[in-house]
Design a protein around this ligand. Structure first.
Ligand code: GDP
Ligand code: IMO
Ligand code: MG
Length: 424
């Protein structure tokens, strides 16, 4: 039974939720290892659509234990709401397990996130304003409050008062905001303790035991490679490590226990928020992708910027995460284009780059060099085997795996479970 790390290989929204759900039919444990409710993972089951932000996408299968690992940041009100919403829809979230070491997103994190963005003006990152960045800031400056602190009211209040004294200074003196009172925050958060108590366990041990018992474990990434705080298009990134290495630190599992790394890539590419985007199509072609692909954010409803598949970035994603297989999603969206382009290199500042450039200056000035492939001009959303795809669509998939340097083992041609073509 394999331990699989599933990650986004672009700027997020590649269809990780759909593919995690697909793999979950044979899974025992599905664990999120980074990010928080900045993620929006969509699963479509028949007429029903689920948009999960925090709870792992395996939750729809009753035998799966969904786990939120230590690397995540958790807004407890959001978590409890998501659990209640699932319950209302007949999905039992009681199996959910949460790491006591996961950091909590606090109300001042959300306030700081919004204030920091406002102050950046035109340079703003376009965050989801869920408090993700400031929560990770507190984690790394060792001022964070963790899930386990909810169960010791005295410690919780002490930590809250200490950190808020400092954060209030920043809120008032730097960002011109009103200070926050610790007491209502303590009351609100401590009121969640009872509801969360039975869910908080040593998730590192849980996942380790599951792997050692031969169970099938999936590590579900959020965001994507190019949003990684170390390997992405910094500073236009999120504040965690969505690359495969994050699965180890974000759960407390060693790399030798991981058998495969499945990278999810859209057949084109999108980005939501600010930052460089070499293959962006700021024209009617990009607009067509937005329309056909329904490219609006799951969390914020924002329009996603779209462009042709970026082979330079995809090869880079394969490298930095050691991706062993790819799932190519939304191939159906490309059915309506006469010809299809793929970025294979960048020209920037009088130089050609075939490897993803490390310097921000280079990335900003990139002009992609494209290969052009014939389209198939026919609806493929009803196709159910790879062999039944038009030969141009098969050729496109084969071209992508050659370019990326990893085999495409799953092709998705629609949001539904059935529209998933597994290549054997
Ligand atoms: P995630 O964040 O990576 O899980 O991706 P999102 O859920 O934010 O965005 C992917 C969107 O594309 C969702 O609305 C999915 O229902 C949809 N989707 C997933 N796979 C396919 C596909 O193969 N074809 C089409 N047309 N839509 C898809
Ligand atoms: P999933 O898991 C796409 C983007 C935001 C912003 C940047 C930083 O659904 O693929 P943050 O709130 O994390 O500090 O914002 O990262 N971003 C995402 N873009 N998909 C996501 O998640 C994202 N999560 C964050 O738009 O540009
Ligand atoms: Mg998403």
């Amino acid at each position: 039974m394999p331990a699989t790390v599933l990650i986004g290989s672009q700027w997020g929204d590649e269809g990780k939720g759909k593919i995690t759900d697909h793999l979950s039919q044979d899974a025992d444990v599905v664990v999120r290892f980074q990010g928080g409710n900045n993620a929006g993972h969509t699963i479509v089951v028949g007429e029903e659509r689920f948009a999960l932000t925090l709870i792992p996408s395996g939750v729809l299968y009753p035998r799966v234990t969904p786990v939120i690992g230590n690397g995540c940041v958790v807004d407890p009100a959001v978590l409890l709401r998501e659990m209640a919403e699932l319950s209302d829809r007949g999905i039992d979230p009681s199996r959910l397990r949460l790491s006591g070491n996961a950091h909590l997103i606090m109300p001042y994190h959300r306030k700081l996130d919004a204030a920091m963005e406002r102050y950046l003006g035109r340079q703003q990152i376009g965050t989801t304003k869920r408090g993700i960045g400031p929560a990770y800031m507190d984690k790394y400056s060792r001022n964070g409050i963790r899930a386990q602190d909810l169960f010791d009211p005295k410690i919780f209040r002490q930590k809250l008062e200490a950190v808020l004294k400092d954060r209030n200074r920043v809120l008032t003196k730097v960002y011109n905001q009103l200070p926050m009172d610790p007491e209502p925050i303590a009351e609100e958060y401590l009121s969640y303790a009872d509801q969360l108590h039975d869910h908080v366990v040593d998730t590192s041990l849980l996942v380790w035991e599951a792997i050692h018992e031969g169970k099938n474990v999936i590590f579900e990434g959020a965001q994507g490679t190019l949003l990684d705080v170390d390997h992405g298009t910094y500073p236009f990134v999120t504040s965690s490590n969505p690359t495969a290495g994050g699965a180890c630190t974000g759960t407390g599992i060693g790399p030798m226990l991981i058998d495969r790394v499945l990278g999810i890539a859209k057949a084109y590419i999108s980005r939501v928020g600010g930052g460089p985007f070499p293959t962006e199509l700021d024209n009617e072609v990009g607009e067509k992708m937005v329309e056909i692909g329904g490219e609006f954010g799951t969390v914020t409803g924002r329009r996603r910027r779209c462009g042709w598949l970026d082979g330079v970035a995809l090869r880079y994603a394969v490298r930095v995460s050691g991706i062993s297989e790819l799932a190519l999603t939304k191939l159906d969206v490309l059915s309506h284009f006469e010809t299809i382009k793929v970025g294979v290199a960048y020209d920037s500042l009088d130089q050609r780059y075939v490897d993803f450039p490390r310097q921000q200056r280079v990335l900003y000035n990139c002009h992609p060099v494209y290969d052009e492939l014939p389209g198939w001009n026919t609806d493929i959303s009803g196709v159910r085997t790879f062999e039944d795809l038009p030969k141009e669509a098969q050729a496109y998939v084969e071209y992508v795996e050659e370019l990326a340097g990893a085999p495409v083992t799953i092709v998705s041609v629609g949001p539904s479970r059935a529209a998933t073509l597994v290549r054997t």
